[in-house]
Design a protein around this ligand. Structure first.
Ligand SMILES: C[S@@+](CC[C@H](N)C(=O)[O-])C[C@H]1O[C@@H](n2cnc3c(N)ncnc32)[C@H](O)[C@@H]1O
Length: 472
């Protein structure tokens, strides 16, 4: 993908809405919104699906197919761009973006699904006729017929450089990740080819839906009554929905007693809550709380211990989401909209502090299929001062003997260990504590004292956690 830059976006021409094949038209509309307006697939798709259902165009199977087409096409975009580039006689940047979207959708049906070849080609050509016009439909037809000459494996042999010549480029094309992301993930993961390939493969899988039963408000037993629900792997509060389903339709979720939360996020909150502190344990702070997933779990755990949670978030509208997540919390809490780098509270006020800092999100690529193509290495420079500033104030906010949890949903070393190492230099009276024993039963957490979770090892997002105690 990075070697075949797509053309700068320009608005698609209006097209007549077809009666036929609303699934592929909807998938195309979603891809255009992602491409043209920098929309997020997980935000753009639900309203489109809802509208299609209301118009009577869609049943559940249609919705599942449209979702798979959009997510699959976006995830595998790097691979499909390399294949399409091999089948057109000009650089990809000279192909109109809407045409490229139809070609990628077609490539995904041909190479990434079990849709029969003739159906994939004819449906894509029909889509092209409707949304691009007859002339460009001919071009789409010609390119897709070339793509249909090989299966995915055959294409990868042709378009990916040999592993021995350039391992990172090979993995980037085969597993559809930008090369710099492959490189960064590999630096953090270490090890040989097998581990990184497992991780990149896991990034291309649809993540399971995981629920959290917020302690004191819901039980896992209640959630396990749901169809195809199975216990979580690591968190005692987690329940997995093996068949996905609609979590919002579950009473405990609708009432806010339970929530949708990856087990990695649950483990971060649990490890911080279980870290030993010396003396008083009454004041807890979540310094980057929006939209409130970890705050809601921390609030429930704090309530069990008679502690108070202050949940702070810079963006007022996200602070509103935190307030919603915490509504009904069984113990005392407060939500404030505040800049965590210039906090309104006094230094040394808290016994436990979480800072789950803004980051590149490279650990959650399973959830945001377009994110890997939007991120740039330069983004790290943008986050670096903020991450350090937030950890600095977190360390100032905790009292001597208290604990800070520094978390990211990125395993990039520049956002994890480099930040922690820099701050430990500035705070000689702060020590890392071993987070691994605080996650009992969770294997392969690294050499410690910090922990790094991985999708291919733990089935969670790649969350990072360092626990730091102020000692003097
Ligand atoms: C990774 S998210 C936190 C996710 C949250 N802990 C959860 O589990 O739902 C980081 C949050 O930090 C907020 N943020 C960014 N800059 C901030 C600042 N200077 N002070 C406080 N919060 C900030 C962002 O708006 C975002 O909501």
């Amino acid at each position: 993908m990075s070697d075949q830059p797509r053309r700068p976006r320009k608005p698609a021409k209006p097209y007549r809405r077809p009666k036929k094949d609303p699934v592929r038209v909807l998938a195309f509309e979603a891809l255009r919104a992602v491409d043209e307006r920098d929309a997020y697939a997980n935000l753009v798709l639900p309203p489109l699906l809802r509208k299609a259902r209301e118009e009577g165009d869609f049943d559940t199977r249609d919705a599942a197919l449209a979702t798979e087409l959009v997510y699959g096409t976006l995830r595998r975009q790097g691979t499909y761009d390399a294949v399409v580039a091999a089948c057109v006689d000009r650089p990809l940047r000279e192909v109109d973006p809407p045409v490229l979207d139809v070609l990628s959708l077609g490539a995904h049906q041909l190479l990434g699904t079990r849709i029969p070849t003739h159906a994939a080609v004819s449906a894509s050509v029909e889509l092209a006729r409707v949304v691009l016009g007859d002339g460009r439909a001919k071009f789409v037809n010609a390119v897709l017929r070339k793509i249909a000459q090989h299966d995915l494996e055959g294409w990868l042999e042709r378009v990916a450089p040999p592993y021995d010549e350039d391992p990172e480029d090979h993995l980037a094309v085969v597993h559809s990740h930008p090369r710099w992301v492959v490189s960064a993930l590999w630096d953090s993961l270490g090890g040989g080819r097998e581990g990184i390939e497992d991780l990149l493969r896991a990034d291309n899988e649809r993540p399971e839906v995981t629920l959290v039963a917020r302690p004191g408000r819901a039980t896992t037993a209640e959630l396990l009554d749901e169809e195809a629900a199975v216990p979580g792997r690591w968190s005692p509060h987690a329940v997995r929905l093996a068949e996905g389903g609609e979590p919002g339709a579950i009473a405990a979720v609708a009432e806010g007693r339970a929530g949708v939360q990856d087990e990695g996020s649950q483990l971060v909150a649990l490890a911080l809550a279980n870290a030993p502190v010396e003396g008083r344990d009454r004041m807890w702070l979540d310094g980057c709380a929006g939209p409130g997933g970890k705050a809601a779990l921390l609030g429930a755990l704090a309530a069990e211990r008679g502690a108070v949670l202050l949940a702070s978030e810079k963006q007022p509208h996200r602070a509103g989401l935190v307030a919603r997540a915490l509504a009904g919390n069984p113990g005392p809490y407060q939500v404030v909209a505040a800049d965590g780098t210039r906090p309104p509270w006094r230094p040394g006020s808290f016994d436990r502090v979480l800072v789950d800092v803004p980051c590149t999100g490279l650990g959650a690529l399973r959830r945001r299929p377009e994110a890997r193509w939007r991120r740039r290495p330069e983004d790290l420079d943008g986050f670096a001062p903020l991450q350090r500033g937030l950890l600095r104030t977190a360390l100032e906010s905790v009292r001597v003997g208290g604990v800070v949890g520094y978390a990211t949903c990125s395993p990039h070393l520049a956002e994890t260990r480099a930040v922690v190492a820099d701050l430990l230099k500035q705070f000689p009276d702060a020590d890392l504590i071993d987070a691994r024993p605080l996650l009992p039963g969770v294997p392969d957490l690294g050499e410690g004292p910090d922990v790094q979770l991985w999708p291919h090892v733990h089935g969670t997002d790649a969350m990072y956690l360092a626990l730091i105690r102020r000692t003097g």
